[in-house]
Ligand binder design. Structure first.
Ligand code: PLP
Length: 534
């Protein structure tokens, strides 16, 4: 593998031209230097893996992963191990001084992860909003890491930047907004919403805010959103310097949508008070129950009062691809910005979020800077797209690749099929709960269903009934989350503690849904029994 520069012996008398002589002298000098400093034409490092070894351990890993995916439904959703058990698996050794063979550590680590993880790729995983991961995404991540383009600047990632541009364009087409929407891939829903939020502030704040900050603004800048809005909005308000009191939490109507009459009244009152409303956030699929706000009416209000219209569609907006749901999503074409998450309902492996903006210049106006140490433009400057100028990150990985590949593998039709089926399964869960004497079906929107266990004839007339049912269902959820048969999460709906199933899972079947109902009832009975005995 290593080869010291060959040593040449020079006999000057054998060379005729001055050029030859000069070349030979040069060779002697280089050779002497190579000898003196032990130079080789190959550097030995502990991190490189030879081609043969890479192939061997790579194939082994792919074999292990293929088996894992193929048998995932036979495993428990979670081993439900305690923290002590998990910590014991790792031990408490100090940082290793010496390295170990890659093959050894990789196979041990595969065993560790595949046998001690919560499996969100399991057909009975319906928790939070984490999807089963498209297998092509795992291969895409391997390829992306192998090439390792830095998608912060086009010169550092020539083809990867073009692929990200096309991914953003396809995502815009997918949800049905104009293809001139631009945007950027980010790590997930929080970052997609932050990226848009800061762009809205930069666009709507007083002109000198970049220099003077928001503290010097004479008017209080205000943001409007429904009470169901995901927690990202508080982080964004605090960290942007607006402060959490800048959020006007608008109450919801009977359908749990933002009450747009209250929204408009609040904006009017704030204007009268001399405040400056800047943005309204509509939600397309709220995190707890999947409700889509009346976005068309929000768009009209934003137009009337010249406000930035942002849609948090992190979970639900991919359902806009379904022709039958077009009316539910009316208004999205008016949005100034949209957050959507391929790692939710487009089944990308974590992490993949996306910010779309109607006018991409709003992103560059917010995020662009041109330090002297970057040589990232070319002669054809307009054509170069440097993604560090579109968002918060500087060096960026190639997360677009997995999204781009699954959009091609599945196509629009494939997504229409999978998303529609997920919704049908959520409807089935609701129907089965509704028809079961020990279950109460509470809500169903998009692919989220909430329900609760209600023991037969229990405390029909008691004042304590609701409090008891909340305690019972919370204990039931904790049991189910540890038990390994199914993984659900929770939602509080009108003060009822509910079990919540969110189906963004292309592996879940009707049979799974029927079995989940039986598991809930079986465990519900046991927990009720236990609580009664106390
Ligand atoms: C509506 C909504 N917005 C934002 C987020 C945050 O997304 P992430 O966890 O990818 O940051 C979620 C997560 O569930 C969500 O449902």
């Amino acid at each position: 593998m290593y080869c010291v520069y060959p040593i040449f012996y020079l006999n000057l008398f054998h060379y005729e031209s001055a050029e030859d002589t000069a070349y030979s002298v040069y060779t002697i000098v280089v050779t002497q230097l190579a000898k003196t400093y032990g130079m080789t034409n190959n550097r030995e490092t502990p991190i490189e893996i030879s081609k043969e070894e890479f192939k061997k351990i790579g194939y082994q890993l792919i074999d292990t992963i293929s088996n894992f995916i193929d048998t995932i439904e036979d495993k428990p959703v979670t081993p439900g191990e305690s923290l002590q058990q998990l910590q014991k698996l790792l031990g408490n050794a100090s940082l290793p001084e010496k390295g170990k063979p890659a093959e050894e550590i990789l196979s041990k680590t595969a065993e560790l992860l595949l046998n001690h993880s919560l499996l969100n790729g399991h057909p009975k995983f319906l928790g939070y909003i984490t999807s089963s991961a498209a297998p092509i995404g795992a291969l895409a991540d391997l390829l992306a890491a192998a090439v390792n383009p830095n998608v912060g600047a086009q010169i550092l990632s020539p083809i990867a930047t073009e692929i990200e541009k096309q991914t953003v364009k396809w995502l815009a087409e997918f949800i049905g907004v104009a293809p001139n929407y631009g945007g950027i891939l980010v790590s997930g829903g929080n970052m997609a919403n932050f990226t848009a939020f800061f762009a809205a502030i930069a666009t709507k704040a007083p002109k000198n805010f970049k220099e003077d900050g928001l503290g010097n603004s004479s008017k209080k800048l205000l943001v409007y959103c429904s009470k169901t809005t995901h927690t990202w909005v508080e982080k964004a308000a605090i960290l942007s310097g607006l402060g959490s009191k800048s959020i006007r939490w608008i109450q919801t109507d009977d359908d749990n949508k933002m009450d747009n009459d209250v929204l408009e009244h609040t904006i009017k009152d704030d204007l009268k008070e001399g405040h400056q409303p800047i943005m309204v956030i509509g939600t397309a699929g709220d995190v707890s129950t999947g409700v889509v706000d009346n976005l068309k009416a929000v768009a009209t209000i934003c137009k009337t009062y010249d406000l930035w219209f942002h849609i948090d569609g992190a979970y639900g907006i991919p359902a806009a691809v379904i022709p039958a749901l077009k009316t539910l999503f009316e208004g999205i074409k008016e949005a100034d910005s949209i957050a959507l998450d391929p790692h939710k309902w487009l089944y990308s492996p974590l992490e993949a979020g996306c910010t779309l903006v109607r006018n991409p210049k709003h992103l560059t106006d917010t995020y662009s800077s041109h330090p002297e140490y970057y040589n990232f433009s070319n002669n054809d400057e307009d054509a170069y797209q440097n993604y560090y100028e579109f968002g918060l990150q500087n060096s960026r990985g190639f997360r677009a690749l997995k999204v781009w590949l699954s959009l091609q593998q599945v196509g629009r039709n494939g997504y229409v099929k999978m998303i529609s089926e997920d919704i049908e399964l959520a409807e089935l869960l609701f129907e089965l709960a509704k028809n079961h004497s020990e279950l109460e079906a509470v809500t169903q929107n998009l692919s989220i269903t909430t329900l609760r266990y209600v023991p037969l004839n229990y405390l029909q007339n008691s004042n304590n009934k609701e409090a008891y049912l909340n305690t019972l269902n919370e204990a039931l959820l904790n049991e189910l989350q540890q038990g390994g048969e199914v993984f659900l999460s929770n939602a509080i709906v009108k003060e009822k503690y509910c079990l919540r199933g969110c189906i963004v899972n292309f592996r879940t079947s009707k049979k799974d849904i029927a079995e989940i109902i039986e598991i809930i009832v079986k465990e519900g009975e046991k927990i009720h029994q236990k609580l009664q005995e106390k």
